[in-house]
Design a protein around this ligand. Structure first.
Ligand code: ARG
Ligand code: ASP
Length: 696
């Protein structure tokens, strides 16, 4: 009798230890094992591992795509209908917009298939299969193989694996390193390139709250847009053609209309971009004390200048809208990240862990001293890392230099190249205000000179002189030059130009004084991480389960709908509603100017079937561990039904790429019912609902 009791107790204990790190983790769907499934089931999951991921039968993974290169999307009908964020489709919506058809401002709804708008360059990728190929990738490597040789063997082996995986089919494949090269996985994708815009709400809904509300809760943004995936008649990927037909996916999501409540189980299934959970304390310290503060300061300078110019001129406000949003997004996140790391004491915690690691490793020559060697390398890296940060955030943030760089770097002046440059020029000048750029350049380069030692930078760059004499400040001159077709004249003008010369001088300094050493040190650092992370996994076996850092591959995160306490005496509830939209409504503030149609519906409380307790749910937060790239990801209930579309994280949890804190880290999702309400009642496109499946 005694033995089994003891046995059960130890098992239970083991479970609580391994799964104690509540809600942290981005798990590889193909590796989700019984232990993990049991933990998920105990929290409200109702499906099996095969429902999530299977190769020989349809599973939920077949309804999810990487949308473009930086977002996620999911299929919501068996006719290729797909939902993602408004901010993920923003580029496409903008591309189709003109003064006569301003879809950014007014929204867009295709009234039938022929009105759906094609988007050259936009692709969506379905994961066909993922597989551990570590043995094949490391074949031929022995303990005595040196690092250069190792890289060569790995590259060659990866080529073989990819070739084999794509032989005789139309798939795309890549091999990705996990755990800093301790493991390698093959990912096979089916990539569709005819993806058409179907529906977008007005920006006043899709971007409601703008950069003011970005990274924050309570949130009231209707951040979604709808596309349709098209295929050839054989249901396989095909380049755009009017003859293509809606793609019939292996799987599409059922949409839950049952609603959510605090405590409900949820999971997020998507393509998170990058996380850095295993970073050394010194790297975190750099981020918190150097990288983030310097980058924030540089972006503050840019934003101040942009904001002032945009406030003074409505045309400039539109021209710089997307740029401003871009600059502002990371600027704001870095500030939250710094605060969060400081509050959590991540550096000190990591230092304590590293001491523990070294104590454990003391009698293991393979691991002993790894963390101190990492510390020393980070010390050497610091000046190069800072110089590199300034190169990207100060030098290449000067629009003129970056643009002139496209000409400077053009390898030839063949007609196609000239054409490409002409298209680039058109795009550039449409939204370019030289006065903003000149003032920005002055401010950024002053900081650059103040913070970066002479040995890293070119001598004698005079911003005023560059802007005064360059031909790239003038669209007419550039247009005339490109139209001339005289390649000798074009080459000569490029080579003589002051902005091109400045760009080349900066690039030369970067390529000779910064990059080589930066790369060499990082190679040594990466190699130590390989050892360090392997050691950690050995040391903490049974204490915790490991997950590989996000690397834009498909992952599952799970948690529950839950509010939090952002500050003393403040409690955040997990669900927002239309009441909050209207509380923020203010026609005088651009970010909060609710569209008239929505205002009217609110006045009349005319919500039809979408009314819930006299209002309409808008967004909710949950404890799922997510990052950039998870935007647009399906947020699912325990039955795998769609309850929301992920689009952001909360301010107090923005350090989650480095340390996940269950107390403050929340993902923000659009409640799918708000999207349906907007499509139906505001967008007048209720017919789209006819092809969706609902669980009531
Ligand atoms: N913070 C979200 C993400 O990282 C949304 C960004 C888009 N919205 C904006 N106002 N810039 O992508
Ligand atoms: N907004 C992010 C995205 O676009 C998501 C996040 O960083 O939480 O992917």
């Amino acid at each position: 009798m005694r033995k089994p009791v003891f046995f059960t107790l130890t098992l239970a204990l083991l479970f609580t230890v391994v799964f104690a790190r509540a809600d942290e983790g981005m798990w590889l769907p193909s590796l989700i094992g019984q232990g993990r499934i049991q933990d998920m089931r105990s929290k409200g999951f109702r499906l099996t591992a095969q429902d999530l991921y299977a190769v020989n039968q349809a599973s939920l993974k077949d309804a999810i795509v990487r949308f473009g290169s930086g977002c996620t999307g999911e299929l919501i009908s068996d006719q290729g209908l797909l939902i993602t964020n408004h901010h993920c489709g923003y580029g496409q919506i903008q591309q189709h917009s003109s003064v006569e058809h301003d879809y950014l401002t007014h929204g867009f709804a295709a009234m039938n298939r022929s009105e759906e708008l094609p988007n050259p360059g936009l692709v969506v990728s379905f994961l066909v299969e993922m597989r551990d190929v570590t043995d094949q990738v490391l074949k031929g490597i022995t303990p005595s193989t040196n690092e250069t040789e190792r890289m060569r063997i790995i590259d060659a082996n990866i080529k073989t694996v990819v070739k084999k995986a794509t032989k005789g089919n139309h798939y795309h494949a890549s091999v990705e390193a996990l755990y800093y090269g301790n493991q390698y996985f093959l990912f096979v994708y089916e990539v569709f390139e005819d993806v058409r815009l179907v529906f977008a709400p007005p920006s006043a809904v899709g971007k409601f709250g703008g950069d003011t509300d970005n990274w924050m809760w309570p949130r009231h943004t209707g951040d979604f847009s709808i596309f349709r995936v098209y295929a050839g008649k054989d249901n396989k990927p095909a380049p755009y053609s009017p003859d293509n037909v809606p793609y019939v996916p292996k799987k599409s999501f059922t949409i839950s209309l049952k609603g959510i409540r605090e405590g409900n189980f949820t999971f997020v299934y998507g393509f998170p971009g990058r996380t850095y959970q295993y970073l050394h304390s010194e790297a975190v310290r750099y981020t918190q004390e150097m990288g983030d503060p310097h980058k924030v300061k540089l972006r503050t300078l840019r934003l101040d200048i942009m904001n002032r110019a945009q406030a003074a001129d409505p045309a400039v406000r539109i021209q710089y809208a997307a740029k401003n949003a871009n600059v502002s997004n990371a600027w704001k996140k870095w500030q939250g990240e710094m605060k969060g790391l400081k509050r959590l004491g991540t550096v000190a915690k990591k230092q304590a862990f590293e001491r523990r690691f070294e104590a454990w490793a003391a009698d293991k020559p393979e691991y002993a001293g790894v963390t101190t060697r990492l510390a020393a390398l980070y010390d050497s890296l610091e000046p190069y890392a800072l110089a590199r940060d300034y190169h990207t955030e100060a030098v290449l943030a000067i629009e003129l230099l970056k643009f002139a760089g496209q000409f400077a770097d053009a390898r030839d002046l063949e007609p196609e190249t000239i054409d490409r440059l002409r298209v680039a020029a058109e795009k550039f000048y449409k939204d370019y205000v030289p006065a903003i750029d000149r003032e920005t350049a002055q401010a950024l380069l002053a900081e650059y000179v103040r913070n970066i030692p002479e040995r890293f930078r070119p001598a004698g760059i005079d911003v005023e002189a560059v802007f005064d004499s360059t031909l790239f400040a003038d669209s007419v001159q550039v247009g005339r030059l490109l139209a001339s077709g005289d390649t000798t004249a074009i080459r000569g003008a490029i080579d003589r130009d002051a902005a091109v010369r400045a760009y080349r001088a900066f690039m030369k300094a970067y390529k000779t004084a910064i990059e080589p050493e930066y790369t060499a040190l990082n190679k040594r650092i990466d190699r130590l991480y390989r050892t360090y992370v392997r050691g950690r996994m050995e040391m903490q076996r049974g204490e915790r389960e490991f997950y590989p850092d996000a690397n834009s591959t498909l992952r599952i995160a799970y948690g529950r709908v839950e509010g939090y306490r952002p500050a003393d005496a403040v409690v955040y509830e997990p669900v927002s509603t239309l009441e909050g939209v209207m509380q923020k409504d203010n026609p005088a503030i651009y970010d909060y100017d609710v569209p008239e149609r929505l205002r009217q519906l609110y006045e009349a409380k005319d919500y039809g079937r979408w009314a819930v307790n006299g209002t309409v749910p808008v967004a909710f937060i949950a404890t799922n561990h997510t990052t950039g790239g998870n935007s647009g990801s399906p947020v699912l209930n325990g039955r795998g039904e769609l309850i929301g579309v992920n689009f952001d994280r909360c301010w107090e949890g923005t350090m989650s790429d480095l340390e996940y804190d269950p107390v403050a880290c929340r993902n923000i999702a659009l409640d799918i019912r708000y999207a349906l309400f907007l499509i139906d009642r505001v967008g007048g496109a209720g017919y789209l609902l006819d092809e969706m499946k609902f669980a009531e």
